[in-house]
Write a protein that binds this ligand. Structure first.
Ligand code: FDA
Length: 427
């Protein structure tokens, strides 16, 4: 990408922070909106190259959305960036169709995203982290634009724009008091850390968590290390199935998002509660069956490697020179089991990044609801005081306003089209 313009000059119409699926879909929507002049959009991505949850690209893992919920098809089925165009470009259409599944492999979806990213590369700066936003005020004290401070290879530069789209995605969450080390990981780093530890022929793993990532991690380690024991620790009685039934799945539809947005707070809470099991702390049915089958077969053969510590939690964890001692408490009785583990993997989920950490001084001008959460318009623009004319849009971090699909792929394409339209109105 070209270098920065002179200080004070607008360097882009739109600046996108992050280049994951959300801002990729936006880049595509901006490009494809018929009849509009070229919007100068620039995107900054802190990873050195395109990557989508690389640490969890487990062989055989599948997507939890059908392939048609790609970067563009639900917005415009004729888009050249759809999954079908990808299959066609790679000459894999028939192979995909003969597989007879709506759900691509995760590695395959990554390849699709990388294919799309390559075609959009002229507007993305990789290895570039946006570290701060600074309001630029005119002589009347009105914030008409913002400067984004970008760090690239240790150098700082500034980009000025009137519209920003923040799509910085999810951050891995470790339980309070747990620090990541070479032997204590978040599941987000599973594949990287596994390769590091593999040469030491690990014998024992502990995996904490009950959601999809936890179940995948358990299955992966159990298969990857055929002589190792895997201890799964979770507070539930068992891995519970994700509700992907047809009616419940409608909660991810654009119309459901509209209804959620307009609903009173108590209805929002009710819906979030009822349908949390479409996404949170739940596991695909196939994977549950697979894990159960492994436990069952080990029971038959009498050689137990996969241990499920149900209704349990990690009470204590002590790092030794070559391992980690994990004390697992069985909650009904308080009994404890000690496990000496080569590694402990916390599959304890993610949370959306807090936009306020980047917004800096602008945060004070952002309106909040009665619980202190950002007020976000239906068009995903953060509501601000009247003295801010620069527009900041949010992708992700809007579950409180727009519902459960906010951090997921289901609405990505449609949302991108709506934001593109709103952005154009701001320029
Ligand atoms: P995403 O996190 O993908 O991208 C954000 C990007 O911003 C990252 O590349 C990051 O490096 C960059 N960034 C962050 N801060 C920055 C800064 N300050 N400056 C520059 N760059 C910055 N959902 C679904 O619907 N179906 C599915 O099958 C799955 N599967 C799945 C598997 C796994 C392992 C995980 C962890 C998550 C999923 N998800 C999912 C949910 C997931 O949130 C979703 O697929 C998308 O990644 C969301 O796209 P975003 O672009 O919003 O975030």
């Amino acid at each position: 990408m070209a270098g920065e313009s002179a200080p004070g000059e607008l360097t882009a119409d739109v600046v996108g922070i992050g280049f994951g699926p959300a801002n990729m879909a936006l880049a595509i929507a901006l490009e494809e909106r018929a009849g509009t002049g070229a919007v100068r959009a620039r995107f900054f991505e802190k990873q050195r190259e395109f990557g989508w949850h690389r640490g969890m690209l487990i062989d055989g893992a599948t997507m939890q959305v059908p392939f048609l919920k790609d970067l563009s098809t639900p917005r415009d089925p004729t888009s050249r960036f759809g999954f079908l165009s990808y299959l066609h470009a790679k000459n894999r259409m028939m192979d995909f169709l003969n597989r007879k599944s709506f759900y691509p492999l995760r590695t395959e979806f990554h390849d699709y995203l990388a294919w799309a990213a390559e075609q959009l590369a002229d507007r993305v700066a990789y290895g570039s982290e946006v570290i701060a936003l600074r309001p630029v005020k005119d002589e009347r004290g009105v914030t008409r634009s913002v400067d984004l401070v970008v760090r690239c290879q240790g150098m700082l530069s500034t980009v000025r724009t009137r519209t920003v789209v923040l799509a910085s995605g999810l951050e891995p969450v470790l339980p309070d008091g747990v620090m990541a080390t070479d032997r204590v990981w978040h599941s987000a780093d599973l594949l990287y850390q596994t390769e590091k530890i593999a040469t030491g022929e690990p014998r024992t793993f502990v995996v904490v968590g009950a959601g999809q990532s936890a179940a995948e991690t358990v299955g992966f380690l159990h298969e990857r290390f055929p002589h190792a024991e895997v201890h799964a620790v979770f507070a539930r009685y068992g891995f519970s199935v994700a509700d992907d039934s047809s009616f419940a799945n409608q909660i991810f539809d654009p119309v459901a998002r509209d209804e959620y947005f307009g609903a009173p707070e108590q209805v929002k809470e009710m819906l979030s509660g009822y349908h949390a099991n479409t996404n949170y702390s739940v596991v695909d049915d196939d994977l549950i069956r697979d894990l159960y089958d492994r436990v069952y077969r080990e029971g038959l053969s009498g050689t137990r490697r996969l241990h499920l510590h149900k209704v349990s939690r990690v009470r204590e964890q002590t790092a030794g020179p070559d391992d980690v001692r994990v004390d697992i408490e069985f909650l009904p009785t308080g009994d404890r089991t000690a496990v000496q583990a080569d590694a402990v993997i916390y599959a304890t989920g993610y949370r959306p990044g807090d936009p306020l950490t980047l917004l800096g001084d602008l945060g004070g001008a952002c309106l909040r609801d009665e619980r202190g959460r950002l007020r976000v318009g239906r068009d995903y623009r953060i509501q601000t005081t009247d003295d801010v004319e620069a527009a900041i849009f949010l992708q992700g971090s809007t579950e409180h306003s727009h519902g459960i699909s906010s951090s997921l792929l289901s609405n990505t394409a449609v949302r991108a089209g709506e934001i593109a339209e709103a952005l154009e109105a701001c320029l």
